[in-house]
Every structure is written in structure tokens, then in C-alpha cells.
Design a protein around this ligand. Structure first.
Ligand SMILES: NC(=O)c1ccc[n+]([C@@H]2O[C@H](COP(=O)([O-])OP(=O)(O)OC[C@H]3O[C@@H](n4cnc5c(N)ncnc54)[C@H](OP(=O)(O)O)[C@@H]3O)[C@@H](O)[C@H]2O)c1
Length: 359
């Protein structure tokens, strides 16, 4: 059997993976740190910490940040991603002063909220981190998966240690394990150990497969009423990124989470065929899930230009989850937030418009 090439188009981020170069150590390829930054001001910002403050209009800059009475200042990395955006929303309501680290100045204005200011920095550019971390007491650490992620997280952990940060809540993954077949899981395990050894307070968040990943499969859902994955029909306790954010907010603002690791899942385990039925009902049109072989899915990803390491790892995750290994439901969302978390039907309703045909 075959399936249309566009099935995985949403999984391929042309900007994130296109331009890679070595980082000077001759090891992991590193995305061109400046490739995404508007030309003049941000190049200056990444060379000169003081100018980092000038990279945005003054009202958005970290220099304007006020500190809470107990001196708490939270830095959020990954602030433009699904979890990061939801986290900023929650922290903004909570009233704690927050600084959002963004690497692309064009995205900075979108993260500014009540009590949330932005700072331009990149975890791959060490010199950009001291200014971003100045005065920070607590930090949320996440980036996208990338071959340089261990180095990026190491840069951050070292800069946080030097800046006197007290507690780092790090976004890891379910299955983080030095012996995993999946590279991303091994990389996360390595960073978890590095954080534990750093002397900083630490909390590991280990979310399972995100419901939000289905947004990346929306092309064929909206145009053909079908989505493809090598998931068999294994039950999976998919989690909504908003619930991962709620756990992160609790870990960042509560005082009993240091030295703990939390497996974060949704409140139910369902297979993709059931997910298709639920989403189809919400969309009021027939929707089918088609199980494809790992080999075909891998080929489809490579045909779209996805780097081999990433395609290999996505297939590794599907292999893991299609065996039923992601079916267990944890109580972390309920324990840390007092809420049961979003069921898939709630996610489908809230993101309905993303799965409808455009125009
Ligand atoms: N998706 C899942 O199902 C799942 C499940 C469990 C764990 N995870 C883990 O969650 C993490 C995020 O994955 P995702 O794809 O879901 O994330 P995402 O929503 O794409 O967000 C990634 C965020 O990291 C930022 N970022 C990337 N590289 C950076 C750098 N060098 N310096 C500063 N910020 C950087 C991105 O900023 P830009 O806007 O500038 O790109 C973006 O805000 C990964 O570690 C992954 O292994 C994912």
C-alpha cells in the first residue's frame, strides 16, 4: 500500500533542520544560530550581552522586568512552542514575573503578556545566556529535539549555575533512558544526568506523546478525511500540551517538586482508530485512521526531506508506542494541578478549526 507524500508534510520543519553546520567542536551539527534572526540588531544582540537588552523596544525588554516581593523571577525557554505558550498563559495569570526566552525577535511580541517580558537568546549561543538569566531564580528548560540538544541544554545548565538559579524544571520525554533505541530518549537521559550533577535544584517532566502532534498530520485530515501512522491500534495515553504546561507551572511555582521526576499522560488511553472516530464526530465528516508499515512511513518522511536521524527516531517512537508501551495513565496532572486533564474529545473540540479545509 502507499499513501500521499503530503501525509507527513506537517512533521517537516524546513527552517529548523535545513541549515546545519558544525558548532566548532566538530561534533553535533548545529542549526545556523543566526539563520532565523532579523539581520542587524539580533546579530549585535548575540555578540554583546548589553545590546541584548536593546534588541526589542524597551517596553518588551527584560530590563523592565519587575521582581516579585520574594524575589522570584521565572525564565521560560521554548516559549513559542505548544507547551511554552500555554505555560506563559498560566504564569501570566498567576502574577509571578516571567521572562520568556525567544530566539527570533519577530516572535517576541507574541509572547509578551501581563507580567511576561521577552529576552532574545539562543541556547546554542552561550554568550547570549548570561543576560537572559540575570536575576532568574527558577527556569523552565526545553528546546525542540535536535542533534545538538545535549550541548544546548548543557550550555543552559552551566549558565544557570553561574547565574545563581535555584531550580530548573526540565522538559524531558517518556522513556528517557541511556539504553533506549531512540536517540532523542538517550539525549534526554544524558541531559537529565547533567542537570542532576550540576548542583542546581531539578525536576524532570517526562510527557508521553502529545495530542498536539496530530496537528502536524492535519493536511490529509482536512483534504482527504484520513491520517496515516505506523501506530497499529495500540492504546496510548496521549497528553494535551496544555496539561504538560499546567504541571510545569505547578512545578515552577510550588515548593515540593525538587528532586522529582513526573511521567505526564492524558487521563485516558485510546487507539488512533478511536481518535479518528472522535475527531470525525467533532468535524462532522468521516475520518479514517490508516495503519501503515514503519518502512513506508519512514520512506514518506525521507521523501519529504526530513533528516534521517529524525525520521529514524520518529519511527523508533512509533515502534515503542505501537507495542502498547504508552498506555499507562499517570496521576501527575491530577496530583499537581487538581484537574484531571483534557480528554481527546476536549482537544478535538478546542482545535477543531485546525483540521478543517482551508479557504
Ligand atoms: N511532541 C511530543 O510528542 C513530545 C513528547 C514528549 C517530549 N517531547 C519533547 O519536547 C521537546 C519539544 O518538542 P516539540 O517538538 O513538541 O516542541 P515545539 O512545540 O516545537 O517547541 C520547541 C521550542 O524550543 C525552542 N527552541 C528550539 N531550539 C532552541 C534553541 N537553540 N534555543 C532556544 N530555544 C529553542 C523553539 O523556538 P523557535 O520558535 O525559535 O523554533 C520552540 O519554542 C523536545 O525535547 C521533545 O523531545 C515531545
Amino acid at each position: 500500500m502507499s499513501f500521499p507524500t503530503e501525509a507527513y508534510r506537517g512533521l517537516v520543519n524546513p527552517v529548523r533542520y535545513k541549515k546545519t553546520t558544525t558548532n566548532g567542536s566538530g561534533e553535533a551539527p548545529l542549526i545556523h544560530a543566526r539563520a532565523r534572526l532579523p539581520r542587524r540588531r539580533e546579530q549585535i544582540a548575540l555578540r554583546d550581552d548589553h545590546d541584548c537588552l536593546q534588541a526589542l523596544p524597551r517596553r518588551y525588554c527584560r530590563a523592565d522586568c519587575v521582581f516579585s516581593r520574594n524575589g522570584t523571577m521565572i525564565l521560560v525557554t521554548g516559549s513559542t512552542g505548544h507547551t511554552g505558550r500555554a505555560l506563559l498563559e498560566l504564569l501570566s495569570r498567576d502574577g509571578t514575573p516571567v521572562r520568556a526566552l525567544v530566539r527570533d525577535a519577530k516572535k517576541a511580541v507574541a509572547v509578551i503578556k501581563h507580567n511576561v517580558k521577552a529576552v532574545i537568546a539562543d541556547l546554542g549561543v552561550r554568550s547570549s545566556l548570561p543576560a537572559a538569566l540575570e536575576g532568574v531564580t527558577t527556569a523552565y528548560l526545553m528546546t525542540a529535539a535536535h542533534p545538538a540538544q545535549v550541548e544546548w541544554h548543557g550550555n543552559f545548565i552551566e549558565a544557570a549555575r553561574r547565574a545563581g538559579v535555584r531550580h530548573v524544571v526540565r522538559h524531558s520525554v517518556r522513556g528517557a533512558d541511556a539504553a533506549s533505541n531512540v536517540k532523542i530518549c538517550r539525549w534526554h537521559a544524558e541531559s537529565e544526568r547533567e542537570l542532576e550533577r550540576s548542583g542546581l535544584g531539578w525536576t524532570h517532566l517526562r510527557p508521553v506523546y502529545n495530542m498536539n502532534n496530530l496537528l502536524k498530520l492535519s493536511t490529509t485530515i482536512s483534504t482527504q478525511g484520513v491520517f496515516y501512522a505506523p501506530m497499529k491500534d495500540a492504546p496510548l495515553a496521549m497528553v494535551d500540551a496544555r496539561d504538560v504546561a499546567a504541571v510545569a507551572a505547578a512545578a515552577l511555582t510550588g515548593d515540593s517538586h525538587e528532586g522529582r521526576a513526573y511521567l505526564i499522560t492524558g487521563p485516558e488511553a485510546i487507539g488512533f482508530a478511536e481518535a479518528a472516530r472522535v475527531l470525525g464526530n467533532v468535524l462532522e465528516r468521516p475520518l479514517r485512521y490508516v495503519d501503515v508499515s514503519p518502512g513506508l512511513a519512514h520512506e514518506g518522511m525521507l521523501n519529504l526531506g526530513m533528516p534521517a536521524w529524525y525520521a529514524d527516531d520518529l519511527i523508533g517512537f512509533y515502534d515503542f508506542y505501537s507495542s502498547g508501551a504508552g498506555a499507562a495513565v499517570s496521576d501527575a496532572v491530577m496530583r499537581l494541578t487538581g484537574e484531571s486533564g483534557h480528554r481527546f474529545s476536549a482537544f478535538a473540540n478546542d482545535y477543531r478549526s485546525h483540521f478543517l479545509p482551508r479557504g
